[in-house]
Design a protein around this ligand. Structure first.
Ligand code: GUN
Ligand code: ZN
Length: 440
């Protein structure tokens, strides 16, 4: 007999039990006609072939049946800014000018808690409509904007990581905190939100240029003071930024050392970009188990550079993949994979479709140390999942008819797909998004 379950979903199911081997398919679990069973608390009971579960006594008539859809774990975005939805696709600048012209003015509006709440709702709606169920999120310097985000995420029972941006220099006055105020505000936020429901607090010094040594020192103290905290910041994204950091921290060995000397490296530390790192910096990231978030649409859009993923991997650095909206140009992890593929192609490197879909599910869950809860359909995990329509447009429908293997089909999906492929999104077994299909 199958174990007790509350809901049963029947579709073509893909998930990963480990990093896949593209040659042998090890690590991939694929059920052409599969069933996912979820219990009343929203946890995975089991996943398997429909015929096998039927043989064990499951009445297939009880399933919600989506024969033409692909069911996979909810997608994970390891670096994104919720106040930047409104500046996505802003013309013409590289990092520092883009921050000054577009981003900093937009973030000032988030001192208004009503506005922040409204934008948090919009942002979470957008994530779910793009199939993303977990994200590591920058809020703004205003703690009320962080409260607004966590409040919205908590109401929807989402697994999210987020934190208040800390900046005490080199930004408009209205966006500055002080080292001691930010420490006090972070403590209050951590105590209110960290490990509440499925939420995790991430200390968020924006990047070295906008924090004084004192603010970074207090951030390091906080990092050590609470169990299970995360840390997110930006690192070595733009060559002018790297030069600026040298002048601001003349005693530091290199950019990473600015963070290292205050104890900000570690297994729960996620560094956005990391495009222009030395071998010494890579070694230090690897030795401390710190990870880099690869943000291909942002790196191309802001003209920041190409991540040499092979070099990082060979150095033993863990890499997650992320949108970095609003520097990034799409909320879609499918589009992010497509741009990531092209960034690697330009360097003679490859991204196999099985590795790509592993990356945006279990791979990112592992990089964020959340793989005990999300990332695949192992029994007991949280049932965050999506249903994908591989043929939402005439072109995709036609291309899919010409694919002969799962890998070919997934590759066409990642290169041609976007949010229009996301048919529905489930969080803890509850449907929270359903696309109103133009073709229906
Ligand atoms: N570096 C510091 N702040 C930011 C930001 O908001 N976006 C990006 N892409 N890089 C940054
Ligand atoms: Zn960013």
């Amino acid at each position: 007999m199958t174990a007790a379950f509350d809901k049963a979903y029947r579709a073509t199911i893909v998930h990963f039990t480990d990093a896949p081997n593209p040659q042998t398919g090890a690590g991939l679990e694929y059920f052409e006609d599969g069933v996912l069973l979820v219990d009343a608390q929203g946890h995975v009971v089991t996943v398997g072939h429909a015929w096998n579960l039927e043989r064990q006594g499951l009445d297939l008539n009880l399933c919600q049946h989506s024969p033409d859809q692909l069911l996979m774990p909810g997608l994970i975005d390891s670096h994104i800014h919720y106040p930047q939805t409104e500046v996505i696709a802003s013309y013409g600048e590289q990092l520092i000018d883009w921050l000054n012209h577009y981003t900093f003015p937009a973030e000032q509006a988030f001192s208004d808690v009503e506005y922040a709440r409204h934008e948090a709702e919009r942002f979470v709606d957008l994530l779910l409509a793009h199939g993303t169920t977990t994200a590591m999120v920058y809020t703004t310097v205003y703690p009320q904007s962080t409260d607004a985000f966590f409040d919205v995420a908590r109401q929807r029972d989402l697994c999210m990581l987020a934190g208040k941006v800390m900046m005490d220099r080199n930004a408009p006055d209205a966006l500055l905190d002080t080292a001691t105020d930010s420490e006090r505000q972070c403590r209050a936020l951590i105590e209110r939100w960290h490990h509440t429901g499925r939420l995790h607090y991430a200390l968020t010094p924006r990047f070295a240029p906008t924090s004084t040594p004192e603010q970074l020192r207090l951030t390091g103290e906080l990092y050590r003071a609470y169990e299970g905290l995360y840390l997110q910041t930006h690192l070595s994204e733009n060559l002018n930024e790297v030069e600026w950091v040298k002048t601001l921290f003349p005693d530091a060995r290199d950019y990473l050392d600015v963070y290292d000397r205050y104890g900000l490296l570690g297994e729960r530390s996620v560094f956005g970009h990391g495009l222009h790192l030395s071998d010494v910096e890579l070694q230090r990231l690897a030795d401390t188990g710190s990870s880099v978030a690869f943000c291909p649409t942002s790196n191309l859009f802001l003209g920041s550079g190409l991540l040499n993923a092979r070099r990082l991997k060979e150095a033993g650095v863990s890499i997650s993949i992320a949108t970095d909206v609003g520097g990034g140009t799409s909320f879609s992890m499918l589009r992010t994979l497509a741009e990531g593929y092209k960034v690697l192609q330009l360097q003679g490197q490859s991204l196999h479709p099985l590795q790509a879909f592993y990356w945006i599910t279990l791979g990112n869950a592992r990089a964020l140390k959340l793989d005990h809860r999300i990332g695949n359909f192992a029994p007991g995990k949280d049932a965050d999942f999506i249903l994908i329509d591989r043929s939402p447009s005439p072109l995709q429908a036609y291309r899919q008819t010409r694919t002969k293997t799962l890998a070919e089909s997934l590759f066409a999906l990642m290169m041609l797909g976007d949010e229009n492929n996301i048919a529905s999104t489930y969080v803890m077994g509850q449907r929270q998004f359903q696309r109103q299909s133009a073709r229906a």
